[in-house]
Design a protein around this ligand. Structure first.
Ligand SMILES: Nc1nc2c(ncn2[C@@H]2O[C@H](COP(=O)(O)OP(=O)(O)OP(=O)(O)O)[C@@H](O)[C@H]2O)c(=O)[nH]1
Ligand SMILES: [Mg+2]
Length: 322
């Protein structure tokens, strides 16, 4: 696959200028884990750290995409640039597809200030969380002030993705079994803001009360009590309030030690991941390595070789151990 049609320095410049095609090509490169992506991100990294990352998570169909769409429009009204990363949405962003069918704009077509990209959850080299984190960096470098990451809050992958965000919105709706206890405990823990969407529906009051009761039991983190914001995303109701809540959260944690700790923790994990993949590459490198690994695994399975000797052999052959 050819991803780079221009030198990487030029490509980085184009990304920084917000060139949609350059950004799109870069995302493809990141997804496919091609070496150019790394060279590009290395050049772009000093220009990141400006974007505010908001994770939007919740059960399927709770209205995450609609909310993200409305929030994006809200920021655009303030002339702030928005990047959207939709991780495996079961209901994709519809509307005029631009630049290939995986980049879709909904009500933002023709608006170069909003960039929306869907990423499939499966088949990622090096993990979805890695790819999402790198795409977020890219959008940051491209000058997107707000990066909204939509993900269905289910698996470990999603939890890892959400951990990347500066602020996490958990979206709930009435009628999905109002018993909050049945909700994923994990979701309650990661929520900085709870969005009670579809507030036009029967049972909104009950859900809000149950949610507030539950939240009153949760210890505030650094003095932050997660608020509950009611929205009707389809009617654009409560979106301003939601943006205000995010702003408050951002202000609250701007200077906090917890935020710094979170960033250090994040980069520590990323460095470990990078190191792991580098070491794996060095140890096994390429298709021959894979074949050799399979061969050794066969021998271990047949009890011809013990796993410890097998690993030592790999290390020795790769020069990582003498
Ligand atoms: N009544 C009502 N319907 C809503 C509201 N928000 C979204 N919907 C509808 O709920 C359905 C699902 O909305 P999406 O925005 O696709 O939900 P999602 O959480 O992104 O869904 P997945 O990505 O599939 O998990 C759509 O038919 C929306 O029109 C709301 O506030 N009230
Ligand atoms: Mg969606």
């Amino acid at each position: 696959m050819i991803v780079a049609t221009v030198p990487v320095e030029k490509w980085a410049e184009q990304v920084r200028a917000g060139d949609v095609r350059a950004v799109s090509r870069a995302i493809t490169a990141i997804e496919n884990h091609v070496p150019e992506a790394e060279a590009l991100l290395r050049l772009l990294f000093p220009h990141t750290g400006q974007a505010y990352l908001t994770g939007v998570t919740g059960a399927p169909g709770t209205g995450k995409s609609t909310l993200v769409d409305r929030l994006a429009a809200f920021h655009r009204k303030n002339r702030e640039e928005v990047g959207v990363i939709a991780v495996d949405p079961t209901s994709p962003y519809t509307g005029g597809a631009i630049l290939g069918d995986r980049i879709r704009m909904q009500r933002h077509s023709g608006d170069s200030g909003t960039f929306i990209r869907s990423m499939a959850t499966r088949g990622f080299l090096g993990g979805l969380a890695r790819a999402t984190a790198e795409v977020a960096l890219l959008l940051d470098a491209a000058g997107k002030k707000h990066v909204l990451i939509e993900t269905v809050g289910v698996g470990q992958d999603e939890v890892d993705i959400v951990r990347l965000a500066d602020c996490v919105m958990v979206v709930l709706v009435p009628g999905l079994g109002d018993d909050i206890q049945s909700m994923k405990a994990g979701l309650m823990e990661i929520g900085d803001i709870f969005v009670l969407n579809k507030a036009d529906r029967e049972g909104a009051d009950r859900l809000e009360q149950a949610l507030l009761a539950m939240l009153s039991l949760v210890m505030p983190r650094d003095g932050w009590h997660p608020p509950v914001v009611r929205t009707v995303a389809t009617e654009n109701r409560g979106i301003g309030e939601l943006a205000v809540a995010v702003g408050k959260f951002q202000k609250h944690f701007e200077m906090s030690e917890e935020r710094k700790r979170k960033h250090v923790e994040h980069w520590k994990n990323r460095l470990l991941e990078l190191l792991e993949s580098r070491l794996m590459e060095r140890a096994l490198g390429g298709a021959a390595g894979e074949a050799w690994l399979a061969e050794l695994a066969g021998e271990v399975a047949n009890r011809k070789l013990d796993p410890f000797t097998a690993v030592n052999e790999i290390l020795k052959r790769s020069g990582l151990e003498h």
